[in-house]
Design a protein around this ligand. Sequence first.
Ligand SMILES: [Zn+2]
Length: 298
Amino acid sequence: MNHPYKFSAPGALDYDTLLQSIESLCDAFPFVRKDRVGRSLLGKEIPALFVGETRTAMLIAAAFHGMEWITGWIALEFLRYLCVKAQEGNPQASDFFLHQGLCIVPCVNPDGVEIQIHGAGAAKQFEKLVERVSGGDTQHWQANARGVDLNHNFDAGWRRLRHMEQKSGITGPAATRFGGRFPESEPETAALASFCRRKRFSRAIALHTQGWEIYYRYGRHTPEESYEIARRMAEAGDCLLADAQGLASLGGFKDWFIDYFHKPAFTAELGYGKNPLPLYDAPGIFRRCLPLLLEFLA
Ligand SMILES: [Zn+2]
């Protein structure tokens, strides 16, 4: 699927903007179907969007972390790109829509994103907790509204991870890297896991920032084909193929997806610099990420 392609103007993806972006996408492309993953701790609906054949759909999930909402913009923009191509009659896009499908979850952690963009007040009844554990710095907030890092809360080596967290001095709610009191303790994590069990996606990718790296391995259930898909994505996006170490190696969504379904799942660390990446990086990240995500679908 070739360029040229005109970008939509990126904006900070707080919850209102997220919902507006979804509305305008659905208005422009009536074949996009809205669904919901579930609700966040503060009761916000976690939206999902489907195109093509639901039974063979792949999943792109973004914004697990508060200061990584730029990945939600990337996911929405990628869906819009595919829709534009399909509407133009691009044979690859039309063929994909006919035989395969895609689901995007642009924001797994809407409460965490609101806190990062709008401050501790956005945490409502958890405002005091957020103020305390962030030390007033909500710019670098990654967790959900009660200080659990969603990407440490999935049921994949969680006990070992908890042990490692405790050894690093992370024993309770924090802006980042606290995995909760038990696996899937958080509504966002439980909702995404149960959504995946219902939808039976054929593969999944989680978008994070930053580093231009792709992770594809977790334990003995990593499918053989994972390496080849990851290699193609890495080549297309000029990324490193990486192996997670330490606190980043367990409890994540891709780890759980591989372990539970024995199907390919990936983490892509997009962009380069210091989190939160500035909004003006978004179009450049999208351009480099586009061939990578097309390889994910291939
Ligand atoms: Zn992340």
